[in-house]
Design a protein around this ligand. Structure first.
Ligand code: SF4
Length: 345
């Protein structure tokens, strides 16, 4: 039997797992036929209340709280994985069993506006994520996916129909990089980005409390690794592709690498690389380009693309100034700012 959740389309014999280690061909005592399911279904690594800026999402309800949860396993094998202990684990014995309703209750009790499927790739535990999302929407919460975007076309809609905002990793613009350092390919990720940009353009409302009309707000993160994916040429190509295929209003976050997993000998990304990349992407027409994982109040502020005034200031994950009016426009010049913003900050 094949799993179709991601482009690997693993063939999985009965009792075995696919590449991600957690989707297994199982036959339950109560069922006659086998099916592929996550061995970690209904379990998570623990819950955390985070500022939404930590995902990072800068244009979707800034300064709100989100309840984060993840599971184990991953459908990529990035040599620089920043969440190695869970992404490469197949041991579900330490996970916490929690029904979707308990997760939603926890989010509500903690004043969260959303629930984020994060830490490891949610597409490998999409059944649990969807069950949580359905109850979350009924309770008036939004849902967020932090994903590598390595998702098969047949599962994209099924998953993102339940997701209000996504941050998708575009780990590099080079297929060679994806093959060499992630055991994957870039094209399916680009297809996911195009799918989401289109969905975002064509729908006007988010799914919260409304199961028929939906939209998924999109932001992109690129982790810059010194010497591997941070050349001026690659940043130019990546930015030009986003501008031409996704539009100028999709926020792009350049994030600093820290030595991790099998890349301990590569130094952290210098701030100058992040500043330079932000400048390049802005010069290619992208309106909202940010730096992450470093202290950089300028690179983490939102500037009005029209009058160039600073309209959202951030200090790490905290919003310290907010100058967007109730029509989602710049307080200074009235320019509409892309995204979904609170009106009563
Ligand atoms: S989700 Fe896992 S089992 Fe399914 S195709 Fe991808 S790697 Fe294979």
């Amino acid at each position: 039997m094949n799993c179709t959740n991601c482009p690997r389309h693993c063939f999985i014999p009965l009792g075995k797992s696919g590449f991600c280690g957690v989707r297994r061909n199982m036959k339950l005592d109560t069922e006659n036929v086998s099916r592929i399911f996550s061995i970690a279904h209904g379990k998570n690594t623990g819950l955390a209340v985070d500022p939404i800026e930590k995902k990072p999402l800068y244009h979707f309800y800034p300064n709100s709280k989100t309840l984060s949860l993840g599971s184990i396993g991953c459908n990529l094998d990035c040599k620089f994985c920043q969440n190695f202990s869970i992404a490469h684990s197949v041991d579900d014995s330490t996970l916490i069993e929690m029904p979707p309703s308990a997760i939603v209750d926890t989010a509500l009790r903690n004043g969260c506006q959303s629930i984020a499927f994060t830490y490891n790739e949610p597409i490998i535990w999409l059944e649990y994520a969807i069950e949580i999302a359905i109850i979350a929407h009924q309770a008036g919460l939004f849902t967020i996916a932090v994903t590598n975007g390595y998702i098969s076309p047949e599962v994209r809609q099924k998953f993102f129909d339940h997701i209000d905002a996504a941050n998708v990793d575009l780990k590099s613009f080079s297929d060679k990089f994806y093959r060499e350092y992630c055991s994957a390919a870039v094209e399916p990720v680009k297809e996911t980005l195009c799918y989401l940009a289109e969905k975002n353009k064509n729908q006007i409302k988010f799914n919260c409390n409304n199961n028929s009309i939906y939209r998924t707000w999109l932001e992109i993160t690129t982790l810059l690794i010194p010497g591997l994916n941070d050349s001026e040429d690659e940043i130019e190509k990546l930015s030009e592709w986003i501008f031409s295929n996704l539009g100028s209003e999709i926020p792009l976050h350049f994030s600093a690498f820290r030595p991790a997993d099998r890349m301990q000998s590569i130094p952290p990304t210098p701030s100058s690389t992040l500043f330079r990349s932000r400048d390049i992407a802005s010069s290619k027409g992208l309106k909202y380009v940010y730096t992450g994982n470093i202290d950089d109040p300028i690179g983490q502020a939102t500037f009005c693309p029209q009058c160039k005034q600073n309209i959202i200031s951030r200090n790490r994950f905290n919003v310290t100034e907010y100058l967007i009016n109730e029509d989602q426009c710049c307080n200074y010049c009235g320019q509409t700012i892309a995204g979904e913003f609170v009106t009563d900050y």
